[in-house]
Design a protein around this ligand. Sequence first.
Ligand SMILES: C[S@@+](CC[C@H](N)C(=O)[O-])C[C@H]1O[C@@H](n2cnc3c(N)ncnc32)[C@H](O)[C@@H]1O
Length: 244
Amino acid sequence: MPQNIYDQDDFFERYITLDRQVKGLIGAREWPQLRALLPDLNGLDILDLGCGFGWFSRFARENSAASVRAIDFSQNMLDRARVMTDDEKVTYERADLDELILPENQYDLVFSSLAFHYLVHLPNLIKEISKSLKPSGRLVFSIEHPIYTAPSNPAFLVDDERKKKIWPLDDYRKEGSRTTKWFVDGVQKQHRTIGSYINIVLSSGLQLTDFIEWLPTEEELKVYPASEDDGIRPKFLLVGAMKC
Ligand SMILES: C[S@@+](CC[C@H](N)C(=O)[O-])C[C@H]1O[C@@H](n2cnc3c(N)ncnc32)[C@H](O)[C@@H]1O
């Protein structure tokens, strides 16, 4: 069984205070660049993996998607998503993405925001996604950037001499589980190198179309001064792929 941290009350109470959960997609700093990777959603059948509160699922329907199947493992997340959604064309399901079997040739777009870096069996899931896409169907996902997930202790060090913050990239090539503190101790994520992510996508028969290391723009830095750290090391990776 995977860790289900989003159903742990002390974690969840703090997670729901994040801007991206209070304000939705506009509260997510990477959203403008992620949105730019999406095709026109009009009439599309969409799968939203690790849907959380369903912010993207509702956005897709507001932008004329035909249907959205949204999946998450957390009962807390799904309960909120269902309360916030009044739309029979959006269906929420509880399932483990690490074990997911998908139908063939079903979806025009598979979307996932910040869920894949939790998965142990991501290569299997990407193969399932590839199978489930219609010809020319798209996969668009975001993850925590491998430079962000790599360190054994993901906290800045300070170079006193040069008065600079240093991101400690000590364990980049060591793939696998990382246990970190994020609101609470013991949050588990999976680290993979950039090369592994690329090869997982390519070996599933998808063509890579977009690969963006999210870094805050000068404008964003003015609005969110706290993003300064994200300019030192990228926090998110945004990926687009297409079924040939
Ligand atoms: C950081 S949240 C992102 C939620 C939403 N996509 C968003 O961007 O607001 C990660 C989500 O992935 C879900 N998740 C993590 N591991 C999962 C798994 N093995 N199966 C299904 N969902 C999972 C969590 O329950 C959580 O809702």
